[in-house]
Design a protein around this ligand. Structure first.
Ligand code: EPZ
Length: 426
């Protein structure tokens, strides 16, 4: 298993091109199941999760043609062509490997009128139930049965448009229902919908495929179902979590980085936190610059919330930064119940953090020391790379496959800015 070695203490300076968003690319790929027409996606990041999703789609009968770009600045192009009638079964192996595979449920039941999709089960960051996906589909007239770890969903006469209010905000359930509603008979009104930019990106792609959606980017999505969708072309939006991660890399290393092919509003909730902590962060013609010159950072509290709030997917990275800042900060996690797995690893690097319920209390101004570390999820793993950039000595991050799920060419991107980082192949 590959590992990443980082020797800390280098000030980062340079430019990092931001890739297309993993969490936009995955639902966009599932949308290919909604139409027989070819869906061509560009700016697709070359990540393990994209490869898993391509495998799931192939199993369902979709032809996948993948053309990687040779350039650092433009992602790959993925052409997806669904057959007249795809398979309806997404297996346990497919969904267990990557929860986002569950996003094929809405498109399959909408177009094939039946689907068998494995329940994803819990994962390292929490229980992550899918009840809202299922209740929403039931509201659209699907009959749902749970047997042998699988969801069997049937709508023999097609799905019917429905009004559904999400009791809590869910990114995945909003995406599943939005895709299903696009092919339902009549109007659907999805209230308390998630407003993450990846949902707006999916909605815009569906519109280019012929869907009728209004309220895009708001918490009420109104979908007038159409009989069929056609193919289309769509460029995946920039990855806001990658943008935020490298913004924190500039801050934690006392560096100066320009993030290109992205924009400041995508990390709107992180900007005031970084400014308050002492970094300068501004829009440029090409993206965003983040600068921290010399002085130390100040502790600043943060609470994770659905978009436009501070994202749970940046919580671990932000905690690494706060471990090095002056003063005490409180970091509250409200989205997932078990998303502090990076804490014991940061402690091994000399951080001082205690967890009380849903809040981590970080006593900063600690000089971190390099150590061998490992984490059990993607964002936790990258927080250890960031801590390694600031630490004295060598940090070796094990289980790099987590990073490969969500950060394209991370070691090359950091190295280009002067980081002392390399992948140790095994
Ligand atoms: C998406 O997960 C992202 N994944 C996650 O990114 C991200 O952390 C999360 O949204 C929150 O922003 C993808 O987009 C592929 P949710 P998702 O449904 O859709 C509860 C990463 O590192 N809930 O918004 O699974 C749930 O348990 C990943 O890239 C229900 O109770 O998240 C959680 O507490 C990790 N019932 C909360 O809602 C449901 O039916 C939010 O989950 C669905 C969710």
């Amino acid at each position: 298993m590959d590992r990443i070695r980082v020797t800390g203490g280098r000030r980062l300076k340079g430019e990092i091109p931001i890739s297309g968003a993993k969490n936009a690319a995955l639902p966009l790929m599932a949308a290919a199941l909604l139409s027989e027409g070819a869906l061509t996606l560009s700016n697709v990041p070359n990540l393990a999760d994209v490869v898993y999703m391509a495998d799931v789609l192939r199993q369902l009968g979709v032809a996948v043609a993948w053309q990687m770009s040779g350039s650092d600045h433009v992602g790959g192009v993925l052409k997806l062509q669904s057959p007249r009638r795809s398979q309806s079964l997404a297996t346990y192996d497919a969904v267990r490997k990557m929860r986002a595979s569950f996003l094929v449920l809405g498109p399959l039941v909408a177009r094939n009128r039946e689907a068998m999709v494995s329940l994803p089960g819990g994962c390292a960051i929490g229980a992550r139930p899918v009840d809202l996906h299922l209740k929403g589909l039931e509201a659209m007239g699907a009959e749902i049965e749970l047997t042998g770890g699988y969801v069997f969903a049937r709508a023999p006469n097609g799905l019917k448009g429905a009004a559904y209010e999400f009791p809590t905000v869910s990114v995945g359930a909003t995406e599943n229902l939005l895709m299903a509603a696009s092919l339902a008979h009549g109007e659907s009104v999805l209230k308390n919908a998630a407003r993450e930019p990846e949902i707006g990106d999916l909605a815009r792609c569906l519109v280019t495929m012929g869907a009728k959606i209004s309220g895009i980017d708001s918490s009420t999505l109104v979908v007038e179902g159409v009989k069929e969708l056609h193919g289309g072309q769509h460029a995946v939006l920039p990855d806001r979590i990658e943008t935020g991660t490298y913004a924190i890399a500039a801050a934690i290393s006392g560096g100066e980085i320009e993030l290109t092919n992205t924009s400041l509003p995508l990390i709107g909730a992180l900007v005031p936190l970084l400014r308050n902590a002492g970094a300068e962060i501004d829009s440029t013609a090409f993206g965003v610059t983040v600068v921290r010159n010399g002085h130390s950072m100040r502790a600043t509290d943060a609470t994770t919330e659905p978009f436009p709030g501070f994202p749970t997917d940046l919580q671990a990275q932000y905690m690494a930064l706060m471990a090095t800042a002056d003063g005490e900060s409180h970091i509250r996690e409200t989205i997932f119940e078990n998303r502090f797995m990076h804490v014991p690893e940061l402690l091994r690097m000399g951080a001082e953090i205690r967890v009380e319920g849903d809040t981590a209390i970080v006593t900063g101004a600690r000089k971190l020391k390099g150590a061998p570390v490992m984490a059990t999820d993607l964002r936790a793993s990258v927080s250890l790379v960031l801590a390694g950039l600031a630490a004295e000595g060598e940090t070796v991050v094990n289980r790099v496959y987590h990073l490969d799920r969500g950060f394209e060419r991370i070691e090359q991107k950091l190295k280009a800015c002067g980081a002392d980082i390399e992948r140790l192949k095994e």
